[in-house]
Write a protein that binds this ligand. Structure first.
Ligand code: ATP
Length: 338
């Protein structure tokens, strides 16, 4: 991994809900390298958004409890005051949401929305900000940026709106871009274009990107490294190839076996992992995946530890199965894959 840009240590996010405190993020350590694309994957509810929103305090509130450290530029963003954090947001760390229509202001022309983001963080005239906004719309691949800048969000297609969101994210050339399911709402061709755009940002601007997705096809396309989340914890982590081609945790194996193979018949995703993720406030002390795992044994009752066990040099996992058991698990899941 390249030089560390952002370091997450012992991060926890708990939400007060009826019945107790929901541990959405239950203790995460993760380092983000400069200029890398890190994919955060996992089923719905695994804590991907809670984790990424807490990096810049977007989910702060009276019923949210964020603990641990997010070290960036010599500061711990978890304890940084709201005023200072507002400076970091958009300028150093930008967030692009899945639902561009909801995130954009429906009553303001998109060019003005991009320009406003520039002016929030820089001393620049209105005219120069508008000019830069049009340039940015061009940079994110919008064919007629001057005309698009004068449009309202509802006049644009889903793919165009998502590009506008990315342009707003890039307005101040942030070091980190957090993209939460940026392609989910888009059709396949547009998805590919947006992913190419993210890759281009990484190579041309050296932007570090955290890509939140449940789509392993997206991961295969653009990610350098992958962290797999389950019930608020990272259960496996490594380079893209380590995780996709040599999965170590039965949960990751299950996720991968539910993706149709490119050389196989075009079938719907298989529900390869029986049962559903934990959603309640109480969590077992041992492996949270154990109740759904076919290969569970007594050692799974101890608290899981993410560490180097098998596989390549950057590969970490939190599973207690030994090498023979892992091979058996992999074989069994391959049999049910399409
Ligand atoms: N504001 C909130 N208040 C209470 N619970 C919340 C809140 N936000 C998220 N949660 C809960 O926290 C857990 C993690 O949610 P999160 O949205 O981070 O998951 P996710 O992996 O991003 O899922 P998805 O892919 O569906 O976005 C879930 O059980 C969710 O219901």
């Amino acid at each position: 991994m390249s030089e560390a840009l952002l370091e997450i240590r012992g991060l926890t996010v708990g939400f007060d809900v009826p019945g107790g405190r929901l541990p959405a993020v239950a203790g995460i350590d993760l380092t983000l390298g400069k200029g890398e694309i890190l994919a955060l994957v996992g089923e719905s509810g695994s804590g991907k958004s809670a984790l990424s929103m807490s990096l810049v305090g977007l989910n702060r509130g009276p019923r949210t409890h964020i603990g641990g450290e997010v070290l960036f530029g010599g500061r711990n963003l978890v304890t940084t005051g709201e005023k200072e954090l507002r400076e970091v947001r958009g300028k150093d760390i930008a967030v692009v949401f899945q639902d561009a229509l909801a995130a954009l202001n429906p009553t303001q022309r998109v060019g003005d929305q991009v320009a406003e983001m520039i002016r929030t963080h820089r001393k620049i005239s209105r005219g120069d900000a508008s000019k830069r906004a049009v340039e940015l719309l061009g940079e994110v691949g919008i064919a007629n940026p001057a005309q698009t800048a004068r449009s309202y969000p509802h006049q644009l297609s889903g793919g165009m709106r998502q590009r506008v969101m990315i342009a707003i994210g890039l307005a101040n050339d942030p070091a980190v871009l957090i993209a939460d399911e940026p392609t989910t709402a888009l059709d396949v061709t547009i998805q590919a274009q947006v992913l190419r755009l993210l890759k281009k940002l990484q190579t041309e601007h050296g932007t570090t990107i955290v890509l939140i997705t449940h789509d392993l096809g997206v991961v295969a396309e653009v990610a350098d490294r992958v962290a797999v989340m389950y019930a608020g914890r990272i259960i496996e982590q490594g380079t893209r190839d380590e995780v996709l081609f040599d999965p170590q945790h039965p949960y990751t194996m299950g996720l991968l076996s539910s993706v149709p193979r490119v050389d196989g018949p075009a079938v719907a995703r298989l529900p390869a992992i029986a049962g559903s993720p934990l959603t309640g406030v109480t969590r077992p002390e041992g492996c949270a995946f154990a109740p759904r795992c076919t290969f569970v044994h007594d050692a799974c009752l101890s608290p899981p530890v993410l560490k180097k066990r098998y596989g390549g040099p950057a590969h970490l996992d939190a599973c207690v199965l030994d090498e023979t058991e892992r091979a058996r698990a992999r074989g069994a899941l391959e049999e049910v894959a399409p």
